[in-house]
Design a protein around this ligand. Sequence first.
Ligand code: SF4
Ligand code: MG
Length: 321
Amino acid sequence: RQPLVEIQNLKKYYPIKKGILSKTVGHVKAVDGLNFLIYPGETISLVGESGCGKSTTGRAIVKLDPQTEGKVLFEGKDMATIQHKELRKIRTEMQIIFQDPYSSLNPRKRIGDLLAEPLIAHRLATKEEASKKVDQILEIVGLTKFHKSRYPHEFSGGQRQRVGIARALMLNPKLIVCDEPVSALDVSIQAQVLNLLKDLQKEFNLTYLFIAHGLGAVKYISDRIAVMYLGKIVEIGKTEEIFKNPKHPYTKVLLSAYPIPNPHLRNRERIVVEGDVPSPANPPKGCRFHTRCPMAQAICKEKEPLLNATDHSVACHFPLN
Ligand code: SF4
Ligand code: MG
């Protein structure tokens, strides 16, 4: 199967500047060498505590905030070297929705104009055509054309996320990066929005990169899960495998924090870790999790464990079970 997106050795470093001359004294290694594939029609989730680099990864993939190093191939094409015209097209095919859609919606514009904007900006439709498409898309996301004349503040959180989704759909994307799209919503509304995303995926053959800090929503929506810790993927596999048979100690930690009792984890297998996540400006040598891992051995402090290249892949010298 051909991947839709190939992420190769993706790195995103932010310079740390000090003093009146703004001298660079180091780097925050927000994302530090990611390799993974996104297949057409799937939902793959990036999961991990805040600051592990998942949003940064999503933003780099859609070129909202391009990477420092590494490659993103879309349908086999390197986004860094393709021609401008083609890049413009690909950029319409990759969209992103945010945790707080309000922050990305201009409060002084009516919803109808906000939605029509990208179509008109890319010169893909006349005003009338765009307006028709807005009516259609509003209907599809569970709103109505009567919402067109409203302003963002007149919507509830759930409705605003529907507007965010509608905006992403306007350009017929192939990939949508969903950056914690339900984290800010009431639990009852979360399920509605997740269901909407699932329905849309089927209807429009969409591929999702879903970003979340916890495993709750992720279990329901993803085909595969990649667990991130301090800028790296520590485990990746099918959702079922990750839940039934987690191999990385950190994955097990995340699973024990999962709010619904997990029948696959017996109590004695629960792992409790202490301490905070180290700074990504100065990540630990060897395995980045060794400062908190109860299973750590001498080698973990020296040698970085790499993902082993099977379907269910784990970066650990002493994988569980
Ligand atoms: Fe723990 Fe060592 Fe595995 Fe890292 S490599 S997760 S420190 S056992
Ligand atoms: Mg984030």
